[in-house]
Design a protein around this ligand. Structure first.
Ligand code: ADP
Length: 653
């Protein structure tokens, strides 16, 4: 109900104003055409004067306009307010200074009233002056004025209400107080309605606020006022009726009426009291459970404070609060931390992508967790396992982040130490292996050379001494030694790879062109078509890089399907801080089960008769890519071609 009033105030006001205007027009017509019944409503009661009806018309129109949004409507309402104020206060002045002016019978001549014909009652005049004043003042923005207007309107309602009671209780006119002695019934009613309507404009101020608020006090007022008013009027009405009828005498009636008033009030107030008590009990229960929850939260907070490094930031990441542990580990004072961002303790250990991912996660409202290396005020580093929890408000907006951290420096240092020891051991083992392969292949060359030499002597000087079988075995030995020499040479080359490496800034297009030039002959024979995209300039090991391209292109030419010519595409694309190169062909392709095997040394998928080779090309490529800190892999389908991809990190020297 209350909400309905709040929402549809403008409509309510329009209906009331319309009613008031209609009533006033009826009264004006009554005066003009002498229809008495509309002038006083109650036979013998006071009449609504012509000026009163006119003022009501102005007031009702002014009130309706005051709810409009346009400035012109506002000014029109102020002008109407002025008219009402002038007529009201002039009539009042007539009473106060005992004079009769033209105003009273200016429009029509009142032949009905004996005292002050044509003049509105003093109460009516006063109410109009107040209503007119309120209509003018209600358009201000000043709170004090607006509040005063609400009080003035309440006063008008009270005066009209008192007058209304006198009618209800049928107090003879002579016994009425001077001030309201001749206010007509519909006059009082209209005053009440119009004053209430205007006060709805500022529903949150003054007495209207007290009635319409959503608090217990306002609810109580809404229940008690109608009850007290109707009960007291009702009882007094009954009392006067029975006393006038001489059914009982006045004293007895008064006693009965008082007792009834007290009893009914006690019952009604008790019912309200019981309901209020129930509400209070529920409220206290809620308060207690809230206190308990708060207490529990307090324990959690204490536990968190003792065990973790805690920081609160606002939605932009500006630190709003930290606990003592945060200050202890970062070695900053609280005053140095508040108002700053976490950049204060940034160690520059993590790259931009790390923090980008962190922010993306928490901005989505999800919890981010991870290990972060921070820098304390004294320059020392510490590791924290961090959980960042976003806090959301009712509308789902993030308004705060809570970062809970655990000091994991010791664990991280241990991990780092283990890792470095492991890496050292691995490097040592690798070096030993490379050394072994180098020495083995180097030293094996010598006896092999002797075998080759003597086989050559046998072939050249003793070939006529061998029969057919002997000559065949000699050829097999010669081929095998040749093959072994090649294998040992490749092994030596492989172990030498990157031994004397030197990084230099190289235009990859240039070394690719050189690699293609070296392969010129086989490219021409195979009629290969090579398409080259834009390649970057990078810090690389130039010779090794050239060899890498050479190996991949020569494989792309070599492993070609019989029915078509090689089409090779070489391209590169940037992925964050690395470059990904691709060498794509339309050859025989590779089954996924062999994707790893082909990068192992001396592993081949074909016999030398099908496709010549030793199974050293791709292991070489892998080693070269890994020397640069990159990765190599293949994407392929049998008969659909292969794409060899490798990454080379963008090094800054
Ligand atoms: P090789 O070329 O000497 O055989 P690699 O190490 O270069 O040795 O290659 C190993 C194996 O990988 C090859 O025997 C071949 O089966 C397969 N391979 C390499 N490149 C391609 C390619 N472009 N298309 C199809 N298969 C390939």
């Amino acid at each position: 109900m209350i909400n309905l009033v709040k929402k549809s105030r403008a409509k309510i006001v329009l209906v009331i104003s319309g009613f008031a205007m209609l009533t006033s027009i009826l009264v004006i017509i009554g005066w003009l055409f002498d229809i008495k019944s509309v002038l006083n409503v109650v036979a013998g009661g006071a009449t609504m004067k012509f000026n009163t009806a006119l003022c009501f018309f102005f007031s009702a129109l002014g009130i309706a306009l005051s709810f409009g949004k346009k400035a012109t409507l506002k000014y029109a309402s102020i002008i109407l307010g002025f008219l009402v104020l002038i007529i009201g206060s002039f009539s009042l002045a007539e009473y106060l200074f005992h004079f009769q002016s033209l105003l009273d019978n200016f429009f029509v001549t009142d032949l009905l009233s004996s005292a002050y014909p044509g003049r509105m009652s003093a109460g009516t005049a006063f109410c109009f002056a107040m209503l007119g004043l309120s209509l003018i003042a209600i358009h201000t923005e000043q709170l004090v004025v607006l509040k005063t207007v609400q009080h003035v309107l309440t006063l008008v309602v009270i005066i009209a209400f008192v007058s209304l009671i006198t009618f209800i209780l049928e107090i003879p006119t002579v016994n009425k107080v001077f001030f309201i002695n001749t206010m007509a019934l519909h006059t009082s009613l209209l005053f009440m309605l119009l004053a209430i309507s205007l006060s709805l404009k500022n529903i949150h101020l003054g007495f209207t606020a007290l009635i319409f608020e959503d608090y217990d006090g306002s609810r109580l007022i809404r229940k008690l006022i109608p009850f007290i008013v109707s009960l007291s009027i009702g009882l007094t009405y009954i009392l006067l009726t029975v006393v006038n009828n001489q059914t009982i005498n006045y004293d007895f009636g008064l006693v009965i009426s008082t007792v009834a008033f007290v009893l009914i009030s006690i019952i009604y107030i008790s019912i309200i009291g019981i309901n209020l008590n129930k509400k209070d009990i529920r409220w206290r229960e809620l308060q207690k459970s809230l206190r308990d929850t708060n207490q529990e939260l307090e324990y959690y907070k204490q536990a968190l404070d003792k065990s973790s490094i805690v920081a609160f930031t606002d939605a932009k990441g500006i630190i709003t609060d930290v606990n003592q542990k945060f200050c202890d580990i970062s070695k900053y004072d609280k005053t140095e931390i508040i108002g700053k961002t976490h950049k204060l303790i940034n160690s520059d250990f993590h790259d931009r992508a790390f923090f980008k991912n962190l922010w993306e996660t928490i901005k989505k409202g999800e919890v981010w967790m991870g290990d972060v290396k921070n820098k304390a005020k004294d320059g020392s580093y510490y590791w924290v396992h961090t959980s960042i929890v976003p806090f959301k408000n009712d509308t789902g907006e993030i308004y705060r982040y809570l970062a809970i951290r655990q000091d994991v420096t010791k664990r991280k240092e241990a991990e780092e130490m283990l890792a470095s020891q492991y890496v050292k051991k691995l490097e040592q083992k690798n070096a030993e292996l490379e050394q072994f392969a180098y020495i083995a292949s180097h030293d094996l060359q010598e006896p092999l050379r002797s075998v080759t030499n003597f086989v050559n002597i046998l072939v050249e000087d003793y070939h006529d001494k061998f029969d057919e079988d002997g000559a065949k075995y000699l050829r097999i030995i010669s081929d095998a030694t040749e093959r072994m020499r090649n294998l040992i040479k490749f092994l030596l080359d492989y172990s030498r790879l990157g031994r004397e490496r030197k990084l230099s800034l190289v235009d990859c297009s240039k070394i690719l062109q050189e690699a293609i030039a070296d392969l010129n002959e086989s490219i021409n024979i195979a009629e290969a078509d090579i398409e080259i995209g834009n390649l970057p300039t990078l810090y690389v090991f130039e010779t090794e890089m050239r060899q890498l391209f050479q190996n991949l292109i020569s494989n792309a030419i070599k492993f070609q399907r019989k029915d078509c010519k090689p089409q090779i595409k070489i391209s590169a694309q940037k992925l964050n801080d690395t470059w990904m190169f691709s060498v794509q062909d339309n050859g025989i392709g590779i089954a996924p089960t062999h994707f790893n095997r082909i990068f192992q040394i001396f592993q081949r998928l074909h016999t030398s008769r099908e496709y010549q080779g030793y199974g050293i090309g791709l292991p070489n490529c892998k080693k070269i890519v890994e020397l640069h800190g990159g990765e190599i892999w293949v994407e392929s389908e049998v008969d659909k071609g292969s794409t060899f991809n490798f990454t080379i990190p963008k090094l800054e020297l």
